[in-house]
Design a protein around this ligand. Structure first.
Ligand code: UDP
Length: 236
């Protein structure tokens, strides 16, 4: 039995590439099949897609680009992931719509929240791309905002390379400890980097629960929607 009726699923861009630049069809196909399982259980699914497998504005800035233009490149990268996910969702028999925050009528609808809700009510998967359309934001923050605007009950933060929130970076500290539960305030006080502070503070201000979990394990999307205790839950 699913634990939720409407969820916002954030899929990190890096997961789409399996750690490489570009899109791994096998990985996207697996994510789409899991989303199809969840939709078959009657859960309404909206997705915010990241773009770190193509470009991150901050990294391009370090290499000499203007930040705002680099961020637009980052946002355009997310749209390629959206189209890949849409393709594999449709191969799994799902009805989907991509909505982008930067208008590009040939490939996607513009972001229209009420229309997105209608799609969800009809059982369509809505995939949000191009971030917020604004530089200096992250797709994690967009995920919190979209979750609130469409009335999702939970924000499910699918990450690759980590299975939750740790007290320090497990890549550099072998003694890092994973939290099962964490308050928004503690997340912010510890300055943890697995999501940016803007996303966490927005979730805190509007009491939106978040679950951080790994996309590297097949079946985790189904488990987290079923309310199984995987990863780290962040709440009040
Ligand atoms: N981005 C942006 N505004 C937004 C969302 C994203 O400028 O509202 C840019 C930013 O440069 C970011 C890139 O798009 O680095 C890719 O998004 P993100 O890093 O959040 O993707 P993820 O970490 O989930 O792969």
């Amino acid at each position: 039995m699913p634990a939720y009726s409407r969820v916002l699923l954030k899929l990190s861009g890096e997961a789409f590439g399996g750690g490489q630049v570009g899109v791994s069809p096998d990985i996207v196909s697996s994510m789409a099949a899991q989303i199809a399982d969840v939709v078959a259980q009657g859960v309404q699914v909206a997705v915010v897609v990241g773009g770190g497998n193509f470009f991150r504005g901050a990294e391009l800035q370090q290499r000499g680009m203007e930040r705002d233009r680099a961020d637009y490149m980052g946002m355009l990268g997310t749209v390629m992931n959206c189209l890949a996910l849409q393709d594999f969702c449709e191969k799994n028999g799902l009805d989907t719509r991509v909505q982008t925050a930067i208008t590009m009528g040939q490939v996607a609808e513009p972001y229209i929240p009420r229309r997105a809700e209608r799609h969800l009510e009809k059982g369509r998967v809505v995939i949000f791309g191009a971030g917020s359309g604004m530089p200096y934001f992250s797709t994690d923050t967009v995920a919190a905002q979209r979750a609130l605007e469409i009335g999702a009950e939970v924000l499910l933060m699918g990450k690759n390379g980590t299975d939750g929130v740790y007290d320090s970076d497990p890549a550099t500290n072998p003694d890092a400890v994973r939290f099962d539960d964490l308050s928004y305030d503690e997340f912010l006080a510890r300055n943890l980097k697995v999501a940016d502070a803007t996303a966490i503070s927005m979730a805190r201000d509007y009491k939106l629960p978040m679950v951080f979990f790994s996309l590297d394990v097949e079946g985790n999307i189904v488990k987290v929607v079923a309310g199984e205790r995987i990863g780290t839950t962040v709440h009040a």
